[in-house]
Design a protein around this ligand. Sequence first.
Ligand code: MTE
Ligand code: MO
Length: 302
Amino acid sequence: MSDRYSLPWSMVTPKSVYLNRRRLLASLLAMPGLAMAGQKLENIRKTGYGQGEKLTPYDAVTGYNNFYEFGTGKEDPARNAKNFRTRPWTVRVDGEVLKPRTFDIDEVLRLAPLEERIYRHRCVEGWSMVVPWIGFPLAELLKRVEPNSNARFVAFESYYDPRQMPQAAWAGIPFPYVEGLRLDEAMHPLALLVCGLYGEVLPNQNGAPLRLIVPWKYGFKGIKSIVRIRLVKSQPPTTWNLANAREYGFYSNVNPQVDHPRWSQAKERRIGEFFKRDTLLFNGYGNEVAQLYEGMDLRKYY
Ligand SMILES: Nc1nc2c(c(=O)[nH]1)N[C@H]1C(S)=C(S)[C@@H](COP(=O)(O)O)O[C@H]1N2
Ligand SMILES: [Mo]
């Protein structure tokens, strides 16, 4: 608390009462969740992404989630992540880099100007949304640690604490959740580190305090609540591939022509709409990203 506030109280209250108030306020502010929940983010630069798309309502974006650490039901994460502690929080960035570092989360959030980007968000299960994310390009963080010439992939790891996430025991996938990108995918300007949505701090169920969004890939590549990012030489393991390699590959680019073994990917249901839409190759971001996959057989590298 600043003295601007404490000074007047100190003048009108006995010292012991005033000290107790200070202590109470300090402990309230230190109380995780309380300080951040619903907090508005200021000075967000608007961008041209997603102009003309109809936003998915806030209640659906924050009430219909996949976050298996907090349960496998779509409404579980909003309920079970309510008191998840996102402060203090650090993000370790190391591996094949010249300047490995442990960043405090609040340092990470000041690395680059925050932008709002409206992206289509397509889950491998067949639903999609349009979300006004707030964040900055992943490349901005990676550049800070100076990848060396061995770095070819980026490995991400989520926070995992069975005491805060007791529902994880029944999820049927291994934890901590891990994901990966090829370095050129990770450096692509569309790949975003996200700390907010709809103008406010990211709700816990959406992956607070920091998650990845790779809009041309299925949603599961967008790993939540990141604590570690490692630059590595070879393709890292990914959670859904570990759980079921036949159904989930490393690349996981949105592709209407490569079906999931148990269902078609040709169509999708935009949350809130009645009729299905056609799934778009690379989720409609092909002009920007297709060159990353030139000459690759997208059926083989699914
Ligand atoms: N750590 C972690 N990250 C995760 C998941 C998860 O279960 N655990 N689910 C993924 C899946 S399948 C999707 S579709 C998106 C959902 O993000 P949203 O809830 O913000 O829409 O998060 C992804 N990131
Ligand atoms: Mo998903």
